[in-house]
Design a protein around this ligand. Sequence first.
Ligand SMILES: [Ca+2]
Ligand SMILES: [Ca+2]
Length: 342
Amino acid sequence: MTGMGMKAKGKNEKAPFHPFAFCLLPFAFCLAFSGLLHGQGPQTYAVIVTGLGGEKEFDDEFANLGKRLSDGLHRSGLDANHVTLLPAKSAHKEEIARVLQDIAGKSRKEDTLLLFLVGHGSYDGRDYKFNVIGPDPTAAEIRQWLDKIPAGKQVIVDSSSSSGAATEVWSRAGRVVITATRNGQERNATVFMRFFAEALTDPAADIDKNGTVSALEAFRYAEQHTAKFYESASRIATEHPMLDDNGDGKGVKDPSPQNGEGILAGQVALVRNGASQARVDTAEARDLRTQKEKLENDIATLKYNKASLEAGEYKQKMDSLLLELARTQQQLEKLEAAAPKQ
Ligand SMILES: [Ca+2]
Ligand SMILES: [Ca+2]
């Protein structure tokens, strides 16, 4: 690099205050604050990794599931540039690392990362591995990549066989770990992701009818449908889906305030119905969306803590949050209605 900033100065020479510096000052301010002035609200990045099927039936199924997840996220209004679908033929270990590294470079604390692993896994009593073309990444390697990503909310959905073995490796505060199996010993191919993908498009998954399907709602939907799948086929269930989001390294099948699981998963919206229809991209609209998301999170948290509150207190808090949410929603709709149609 060359330039006036690189010139060596004499020991006693004071840097002259060049008039040009006045011209640079506003420029520096602009640079420093451009992120704020043109600030974006919280962003969501999604990565879907398709593993090796080993035989055509599974190759086709994994490819199909990857596409369904990707379509579901697109339809929900997630920026197309923020969804990466790695097909099995290019999902090398290095490529997965590269994609996650790219997100590590651009995401911020307020952002959310969604990682879906669709494929087979293995567990040898020591390491969990996700099966891809070429060498398989271990749970510990995947954790290293994820730990470098600043996004403060992270959701991993791993539907592979033996995926339960990865929970203790990935678990930490701010991270939701959803696995198709309860441990490394459940080694059969799974059906969990079929139902998880279905949750992104089935309105029935939105249990509290707030217009979004949270990671918690999608988990519950998929967990229940997986259990029913085995019941109706009169087969012994060979997979028991688990969710961990309290950072203790242990998943549960029924997240609740009693077991302290599910609060973070309830705050991550995977699908927002109608979100793709109107997107006004102004600072005001972004602020309102951020505010709306915060209120939705507060409502989810309040619902979660309902059992521990007096009925009157719960109602008062809920009414006030709902009122504020309605006002925010109304303001946002007004902006969107006034925007020129595309
Ligand atoms: Ca919901
Ligand atoms: Ca846990």
